[in-house]
Write a new protein. Structure first.
Length: 312
């Protein structure tokens, strides 16, 4: 069994309540912390909804909801929430001043042996670790949304992080049913976001150049690449295709791929116009006539169906 018996999660938003749910489902004693009870009550209901969806899709036992929820402690008292924790996940908004203020609090209340794990998706781990007195006990744990469904967690090693801490955190995550990967260098975007943004940049470039519509670009990905990727990653697929074949294509194709070092005009213009996607009703697609709760639930169900297939 892993050494981390008591776990705290600070921040109960989109990612935080999902991380707490993962820990609770894994049998860990977990405390979820946020600034007031109203916010925590919203998180509590979202966790119940998430558990019901897992149960409906056969990914959690039918009688597990109450026992899991009862194993989670909710508090707005930072000191009480973290003082006994062996591992503290930070999942607050991606604003450096907020995180710096939080880590000062954590240093005041947490045990000297407690590991700090940030769920940041882009702020360098070295920057965050430098806000603390324990860079050797600081690690990045980048969960993907929704945290209670997507298996991957990127475990990011800072310059000062001890390797045994990385291994212990990865062991815990595996025990919780996640698929941890070791990011050995603290680079912007880690692995997942670098790959995601590279694909998105090329996709937007194709639309901007008039090669295809947004709908058709997405159709290409969903009905070809996406069918293979859950079972064969991009590097393994190159082995299947033949590295000589890939190299011969790369010699003429790479120089024509989008390599802009700034956001493309298509993206910048959409943001300037206030077309931010689902949150405003329009982005590359029109969402104004969609029931977004139903759309999200259906996409989560599709992910869970795929996970069951992959595990079969």
């Amino acid at each position: 069994m892993n050494a981390y018996k008591q776990i705290a999660v600070v921040g109960s938003g989109i990612m935080g309540h999902g991380i707490a749910l993962v820990c609770a489902r894994g049998g860990k004693s977990v405390t979820l912390i946020d600034v007031n009870d109203d916010i925590l009550n919203v998180a509590r209901e979202k966790m119940r909804q998430a558990l019901r969806l897992l149960i409906e899709n056969g990914l959690a036992a039918e009688d597990s909801l109450e026992s899991i929820m009862n194993s989670i402690r909710f508090t707005s008292d930072m000191k009480q929430g973290v003082e006994q924790a062996d591992l503290i996940f930070e999942a607050i908004p991606e604003r450096v001043p907020l995180k710096e203020a939080l880590f000062k609090q954590l240093e005041q209340f947490a045990k000297s042996t407690a590991v700090f794990a940030s769920n940041t998706s882009g702020i360098p781990i070295n920057t965050l670790a430098g806000m603390t007195r324990r860079p050797q006990l600081f690690v990045g744990t980048h969960f993907f949304m929704p945290a209670h469904i997507v298996p991957l967690v990127e475990v990011v090693q800072g310059d000062g992080t001890r390797e045994d801490v990385i291994r212990d955190v990865m062991s815990l995550l595996a025990e919780l049913g996640k698929k941890p990967v070791w990011v050995r260098k603290d680079i912007p975007g880690f692995i997942g976001n670098r790959l995601q943004h590279a694909l998105a940049r090329e996709a937007m470039s194709l639309v901007q150049k008039g090669v295809a519509s947004a709908e058709d670009v997405d159709t290409v990905v969903r009905t070809s690449l996406a069918l293979r990727l859950p079972f064969t990653g991009p590097l393994e697929q190159r082995d299947f295709n033949g590295l000589d074949t890939h190299m011969s294509i790369a010699e003429y194709l790479y120089k024509d791929l989008e390599d802009s070092k700034t956001p493309l005009a298509l993206l910048a213009d959409a943001v300037a116009a206030g077309n931010l996607g689902v949150k405003t009703g329009k982005g590359f697609f029109d969402w104004t006539q969609k029931d977004m709760a139903a759309v999200t639930a259906e996409k989560n169900k599709q992910m869970m169906d795929l996970l069951k297939l992959m595990d079969s």
